[in-house]
Design a protein around this ligand. Sequence first.
Ligand code: GTP
Ligand code: MG
Length: 195
Amino acid sequence: MKVNEAQFIISAVGPSQYPNDALPEIALAGRSNVGKSSLINRLIQRKNLARTSSQPGKTQTLNYYLINTDLYFVDLPGYGYAKVSKTKREVWGKFIEDYLLKRKEIKLLLLLVDLRHPPSKDDVGMYKWLKHVDVPICVVATKADKIPKSKWQKHLKIVRDALIFDPSDRLIIFSSETGMGKDELWQVIEDAIEV
Ligand code: GTP
Ligand code: MG
């Protein structure tokens, strides 16, 4: 997709703040610090529209970004950030859960995992739950630039095995640093919003 315009719309804390123009939404989920905001920036070729941070747990709301007048990226709060209090984590969990369960506009959820490491318990739980509730998923294994190419397939297998990956889902190797996987991911997104 050619991105002519990308703009931040709102940091939503509840359904009353979600846009009501019925445009398709592409949601991004994954552990804190996995690279969700960086992936959005890379897809739209903007350095810092989606705020990134080396401090995990920064994105704590549903952040909507409008791309042209075609779709929204919805940057979800990262999960599994241990330093956040348990109560707060549970509130986030419920908030994301309600959005994922009820929001009809979601056409695809990008589940980001770090290609360098085996998926965490939270990653495995999230994938399983998403499959259970039937949200369309594309798994994006990111930070690929941080390991040598010769190890990618081995790491991908670890990701697949740990998630009990459904072969009918897409799995894309990505790097926000180099832009690897960008065109392939855009294709998956375009296919998802045309349905
Ligand atoms: P939260 O908003 O806290 O949930 O984090 P996030 O998932 O949005 O992560 P973010 O995009 O802020 O990235 C976290 C850190 O990882 C930043 O320092 C990024 O520069 C770095 N990073 C993200 N993606 C990549 C990548 O593909 N390669 C490399 N080398 N670094 C990356
Ligand atoms: Mg973020």
